[in-house]
Write a protein that binds this ligand. Sequence first.
Ligand code: SF4
Length: 220
Amino acid sequence: MAKDAVHKAHQRLRAHFGERQQWWPAQTAFEVLVGAVLTQNTAWTNVERAMARLLERDWLSAPAIIEAPEAALAECLRPSGYYNVKARRLRAACERWIELGEENGLRAMAPEAAREALLAVNGLGPESVDDVLLYGLQQPVFVVDAYTHRIFHRMGLAPARYHYHRLQAFFHERLPADARLFGEYHALIIELGKGFCRPRQPRCSACPLQSICQTGRSVT
Ligand code: SF4
């Protein structure tokens, strides 16, 4: 039942919003890592401004970020907010990235081992790490965020008490292990969360999931 609903929701979202392949706006796995650190508590447009400043200074590489003077790096990251904290976290993430053998080293590891290795970096939480695994390294790990929790709870499919890994397992148990599918599904969930399943006053009567959603069906 829930398996059918998970598939059906994906089909409906895709029919409504269109394909969302190549969704994460980064050229390399390293850029996904940088974006995952900088996007915390800010809009993506601010991340793009900070990344453009890194690029202007020729600092968009792990060695350059590690070598950059801390105050100058923080200033460079100012558009992304919390720039002093993010400068420290980004440097720590870059040090770990190099220790682990960069993209090739991480690709050679099992997804679980790569996840554990990246989670050791202060400031990289499960969602950020899974962004890197999925969008940077094309590993089949489902990324869970606040939109996922809200939508699938309202649909009556996942209890609110589910923590990150339980909700991730919910998707892993019901979908084929396919990085392209996971990447697209996550992007479509974000579209729905922004445009329809908002925290307050969700737009159920216009939502493409209304007929398969417990909350949506109760709206007249
Ligand atoms: S029908 Fe309403 S509650 Fe259900 S997913 Fe859509 S917007 Fe959210």
